[in-house]
Unconditional design. Structure first.
Length: 436
C-alpha cells in the first residue's frame, strides 16, 4: 500500500498510543505470575500480537477486549511450542530465555528482517547454563532445548539491551541465584530500567550496582515468584516524538496520555527540541514543565539551533531526528547509531535515501548521520522500506514539503502504531491511501 500526502500543517489534539515497550513487559510479567492480571491501555500492534501469541503458546491464557487485556498466568508450562515472532525483535529476545527457564522445547520462527538479527550472546551464554540453541539452514527457524540454570552471564552491552531484559525476566524463575555482567557499555540502558520497573510491579526484585569500570551489574535472587497485578500502560514517547518534532516544525498538536515522570529513554525528545530553541512556550521553561511546554502549539518563527546527539540510548528516535535536523540553522550530527543497520531496515541508509528523494541532504557514515540544512522538502516518492518508523517520519516530513509526497509500504505502521493514519488525518493531514 502507498500513501499520497498533500503538504499541510497538523493541528489538533491526539492521544499518544501506549508504550509498546512497557506493553511487552507488562504482558510478559503478568503471564509469569500466578492468578489473573488486568493490563489496561494497550494499543494493539503486530509486535504486541506476536508477544501475546508467544505467551499463549507457552501456557498463558490472554484475552483482549479493546485496549484491555486479561492475563491468566502460566500454571503448567507447555512442554513444547512453536513461537512465531513475526518481525518483533522484542518478542524473540525476551521469550528465548523465558521459554528456557520454563523448560519448554521450542522452535522459533520469524519473518522480514528478524532472522538477520543476532542472537549470538544467547547461544553462548545460555549454552553454558543448561540450554542448547540449534541452528541449521541460516538463522531461522531454530530450535531450543534444555532447562535454564541460574549462574553468571556476561553480555556485550553494545548489541542490544533486549538480551538483558530477557534474562531479567527469566533468571528469577531459576532456583539458583544469578548475576549479569556487562563486557562493554550498555547501550539503550533506559530499556533495562523499564524492565526493572515493570518487574517491580509484579513482585520481582533486581539488585543493580556497578563494577569497577562503571558498568551495570545485575544480581538476581533465584526462586522468586511473580505476583499478579492490575496495571495501566503509559503513553509512548517514541511515538509521541513524531508529533513533538512536527510541533517544532510549525504544527500545532496537543499530545495526551504521557507520563511526565516516565523512565522511557525516548522522553529525551523533549530535551532535544528544547535545546534547539523550542522551549519558550506559554512561559514554561523548567524541566518540570517540559512535557506541557512542548505540547503547546506555536508556529516556528526562526531557525532551530543545530544539534549533535548520541543516540546509543535512543535509537528509535533517529528517523524523526533526521527530519528535524534538516531545518536547523547548521549541520546536525547523529552519532552512536551503528545498531540502526539491523532494524526493520538499515535505518541509516533508509532515512538518508527517503529524505534525499525529496531534497534532503543526509550523509551516512559507519556509525552516524550528518544532516545539512535546507529550506523545504520538495515533492517526490519515498521508499518506506517496510519500516514503520521510516514511514511515519516521512509523513511528518510532508508537513515541510512544497509538493505531494508518495510513501510506499504505508501499511508498515501496523507494526507499532496501527492508528497512525487515522490520527494523522484527524489532525488535518491530507493522506490518500492506495493499494499497490
Amino acid at each position: 500500500m502507498k500513501v499520497k500526502i498533500k503538504p499541510s500543517k497538523l493541528i489538533g489534539r491526539v492521544s499518544a498510543p501506549s508504550s509498546k515497550s512497557f506493553s511487552h513487559r507488562m504482558l510478559i510479567a503478568a503471564a509469569l505470575a500466578g492468578g489473573v492480571s488486568e493490563i489496561s491501555n494497550i494499543s494493539a500492534s503486530e509486535d504486541i500480537d506476536a508477544t501475546v501469541a508467544a505467551l499463549n503458546a507457552l501456557g498463558a491464557k490472554i484475552f483482549r477486549e479493546g485496549t484491555d487485556y486479561t492475563v491468566i498466568g502460566i500454571k503448567s508450562p507447555s512442554a513444547s511450542a512453536v513461537i512465531d515472532c513475526r518481525e518483533s525483535g522484542s518478542t524473540l529476545r525476551f521469550i528465548i530465555p523465558i521459554a528456557a527457564a520454563l523448560g519448554c522445547s521450542c522452535e522459533f520462527r520469524g519473518s522480514g528482517k528478524l532472522p538477520e538479527r543476532p542472537i549470538t550472546p544467547y547461544i553462548r551464554e545460555l549454552g553454558k547454563n543448561g540450554t542448547v540453541i540449534t541452528r541449521t539452514d541460516g538463522v531461522m527457524p531454530f530450535t531450543m532445548n534444555g532447562k535454564l540454570r541460574g549462574g553468571e552471564y556476561v553480555l556485550e552491552g553494545d548489541v542490544s539491551s533486549q538480551f538483558i531484559t530477557g534474562l531479567l525476566f527469566a533468571l528469577p524463575l531459576c532456583s539458583e541465584n544469578s548475576v549479569i555482567r556487562l563486557a562493554s557499555r550498555l547501550e539503550s540502558k533506559p530499556y533495562a530500567d523499564m524492565t526493572i520497573a515493570a518487574l517491580a510491579r509484579f513482585g520481582i526484585s533486581i539488585d543493580e550496582s556497578e563494577d569497577g569500570d562503571g558498568l551495570p551489574v545485575y544480581r538476581i535472587r533465584g526462586g522468586q515468584k511473580y505476583r499478579s497485578a492490575d496495571v495501566s500502560v503509559e503513553g509512548d514517547y517514541s511515538q509521541a516524538a513524531f508529533y513533538f518534532a512536527a510541533n517544532a516544525l510549525g504544527s500545532e498538536i496537543k499530545i495526551d496520555n504521557l507520563n511526565e515522570d516516565s523512565v522511557q529513554g525516548d522522553k529525551k525528545i523533549l530535551e532535544i527540541v528544547r535545546n534547539m530553541g523550542y522551549n519558550k512556550l506559554n512561559g514554561h521553561e523548567s524541566s518540570a514543565n517540559a512535557a506541557n511546554a512542548a505540547n503547546v502549539a506555536s508556529a516556528v518563527t526562526e531557525k532551530l539551533s543545530a544539534f549533535s546527539v548520541d543516540v546509543s540510548d535512543i535509537p528509535d528516535l533517529v528517523p524523526i531526528l533526521t527530519v528535524l535536523g534538516c531545518f536547523a540553522d547548521g549541520v546536525c550530527r547523529i552519532t552512536g547509531a551503528k545498531r540502526l543497520k539491523i532494524k526493520e531496515s538499515n535505518r541509516l541508509e533508509a532515512i538518508a535515501a527517503a529524505l534525499g528523494n525529496i531534497g534532503g541532504k543526509v550523509t551516512v557514515h559507519d556509525d552516524s548521520l550528518e544532516i545539512e540544512p535546507i529550506d523545504r522538502f520538495r515533492g517526490g516518492t519515498i521508499d518506506g522500506c517496510n519500516d514503520h518508523r521510516i514511514v511515519m517520519a516521512s509523513a511528518i516530513a510532508s508537513t515541510m514539503a512544497d509538493g505531494v509526497i508518495t510513501i510506499t509500504d504505508a501499511e508498515a505502521v501496523a507494526k507499532s502504531y496501527p492508528d497512525f493514519w487515522r490520527d494523522f488525518e484527524s489532525l488535518g493531514g491530507n493522506a490518500e491511501l492506495e493499494r499497490n
